[in-house]
Design a protein around this ligand. Structure first.
Ligand code: G6P
Length: 372
């Protein structure tokens, strides 16, 4: 087993180190001359995609958070209404589905029973189906009309890391492809995004080399009993993912919130000493949102809590208020989750390690849940 981990202390640590390759492999061969090229979608040809009037994304766990990022991207770029459903809730809300609906399932394993049943329901209703999946030949991939394999490589640790990044990138590629086919973006606008996508692997390498600070933070926090995560826009699913990973691995109470909800309830939880991670939107691209999140940070600090901000390089406005700032390289807003989630994954890994827990096999969890 030590050899399989390639010198890393855990599969999870190894898999996080593989983030850059996972993203590069998801992108490989799918951008040609700066434009998305997904000929592999077969039955979901351009004419079919032009006829789609609704997208529904179904997934569980971490994959469902990648789906939320996909919702923002597909709506922004392709201008089609998108809904995200936890796969196990999908059938039971009796969703409106027909042959003009594209149902995208997201699954690392391709074997999650809840997700498989949602896809089956979609097929019964006549929907078109796309699987974004990491496992070749898996059940969900085979059940779907088309598959976009993420090619992130095998993921052994129960907690998903590199597969999450690959799922987000797979959804971003899908959104751009649909936008190109439907003519909702100019080639120039698409090229701005593909250029940013192609920069991600190197940016991830730089980012991963800078995570020593988080190890220290995790060691210092090993007795913490509760951690909150806040984010807005695509930073919201990142906050949810940060909280999920922390509770899964270190058995600490962790909750993610949309930062705008703070004043509608969660602020009651803020007390001296409470640690709050805040995923901060880009001040360059999202000035209005950025100001609102900085004001959230001030409100949290005013109540004596400790703020750890995940913010883009050069964002000086967070400095006076955050106790600590974890920096991420510059990208476009819809791509940010691919970078901003990394310090949160590393934090969960390091905190569980500091507590002496088995990070690859957390209690009560399974890598792939093949029962409903
Ligand atoms: C399990 C795993 C999670 C994963 C979820 C969905 O609960 O513990 O890490 O996110 O299943 O798995 P999938 O293989 O469908 O992506």
């Amino acid at each position: 087993a030590a050899a399989e981990k390639g010198g890393w202390s855990s599969f999870m640590a190894k898999e996080v180190s593989e983030d850059p390759e996972a993203v590069a492999n998801t992108l490989r061969g799918r951008i040609v001359d700066g434009l998305p090229s997904l000929g592999e979608l077969g039955a979901l040809d351009d004419e079919t995609l032009r006829g789609i009037d609704r997208v529904q994304i179904v997934a569980c766990g971490t994959a469902a958070y990648s789906a939320m990022v996909g919702e923002y991207a597909i709506e922004t770029w392709a201008r089609i209404p998108v809904e995200v459903d936890l796969a196990h809730e999908y059938r039971y809300r009796d969703p409106i589905v027909d042959e003009r609906t594209l149902v995208i399932s997201i699954s690392q394993s391709g074997e999650t029973m809840d997700t498989k049943m949602a896809v089956q329901h979609a097929i019964e209703q006549g929907a078109r189906t796309l699987s974004i999946c990491n496992t070749q030949g898996s059940t969900i991939a085979r059940a779907s009309e088309a598959v976009l394999y993420t090619h992130a490589g095998p993921e052994v640790a129960v907690a998903s890391t590199k597969a999450f990044l690959a799922q987000v990138v797979g959804l971003l590629l899908t959104g751009l492809h649909i936008a190109r086919v439907r003519g909702t973006m100019t080639d120039e606008a698409i090229r701005e995004v593909t250029e940013a996508l192609e920069a991600l692997p190197d940016q991830l390498r730089t980012l991963l080399a800078e995570q020593g600070e988080i190890r220290e933070l995790a060691q210092w926090m090993s007795d913490t009993r509760s951690v909150l995560f806040l984010g807005r826009h695509v930073g919201y699913p990142v906050a949810l993912e940060g909280a999920l990973k922390l509770k899964e691995l270190s058995y600490i109470h962790a909750e993610g919130f949309a930062a705008g909800e703070l004043k509608h309830g969660p602020i009651a939880l803020i007390e001296p000493g409470q640690v709050v991670f805040v995923v901060v939107p880009s001040p360059r691209h999202q000035q209005g949102l950025h100001a609102k999140v900085v004001s959230n940070i001030q409100e949290i600090r005013a109540r004596g809590a400790r703020v750890i901000a995940v913010a883009e390089a050069g964002d000086a406005a967070v400095m006076p208020y955050a106790n600590q700032v974890l920096r991420i390289p510059l990208t476009l807003p819809l791509l940010e989750p691919v970078l901003s989630v990394v310090p949160l994954h590393v934090f969960a890994l390091e905190l569980a390690t500091a507590k002496g827990l088995d990070v690859d096999q957390p209690r009560n969890l399974a890598k792939s849940v093949t029962v409903e």
